[in-house]
Design a protein around this ligand. Structure first.
Ligand code: COA
Length: 161
């Protein structure tokens, strides 16, 4: 998959990006039902994607096979630091997805690498992301590229006591 081009997403990619996003959410919610999208999530995401592609603080990159088929995408957003730790600006990778049949060919690594290159050019030196606790493949993926655990997100349903 060395040859699959990675490029910036454009407006015409939105329908394919939506399909990729839905497939990603399905995989995530099959692993952990707490990630299940609500019935109007697709419509919400279609609007979000249109905004993302116009947002100077947002980067969306895609892997395009054969000049027509999107087989993966990744996205990051820049934001101010928290004001009390050293990075004055941090970026967050919000999505990184490769379709099942094209995995383990280096596409995910190249998508993430492209985002990091672009963020570095933007002056960003700290990037964070969240990984689903029940997704060992994603943990292994990020670890293989030197990403280190910083914090864990805990969740609990609130019930009447
Ligand atoms: C995680 C994901 C993006 C990886 O994409 P990919 O194209 O298969 O990744 P790569 O081929 O670039 O893998 C690079 C390295 O990561 C590690 N890796 C990737 N997937 C792995 C897995 N399932 N199990 C163990 N190690 C894995 C390997 O070290 C791999 O190198 P190798 O194939 O030479 O051994 C893809 O599996 C995916 O879309 N998963 C579902 C969505 C998801 O979990 N996204 C991450 C959300 S933060």
């Amino acid at each position: 998959m060395e040859g699959v081009p990675i490029r910036n997403a454009r407006r015409g990619d939105i329908p394919s990006l939506l399909l990729l996003w839905q497939a990603m959410m399905k995989e995530l919610s099959d692993m952990d039902a707490r990630f299940a999208p609500h019935p109007r999530a697709r419509e919400h995401m279609a609007n979000e994607l249109a905004k993302w592609l116009q947002d100077p603080n947002r980067h969306v990159v895609v892997a395009e096979e054969g000049g027509r088929l999107l087989i993966g995408f990744a996205s990051a957003v820049k934001s101010p630091g928290n004001g009390w730790q050293i990075p004055s600006q941090v970026a967050r990778i919000t999505d990184c997805y490769v379709i099942g049949p094209r995995r383990r060919n280096g596409v995910g690594r190249r998508l993430a690498g492209r985002l990091l290159d672009v963020l570095y050019e933007d002056g960003i030196d700290t990037v964070r992301l969240s990984v689903a606790a029940k997704d060992p493949g994603a943990h292994a993926f990020w670890s293989s590229m030197g990403w280190d655990n910083l914090e864990e997100i805990l969740e609990k349903d609130v019930e009447p006591s």
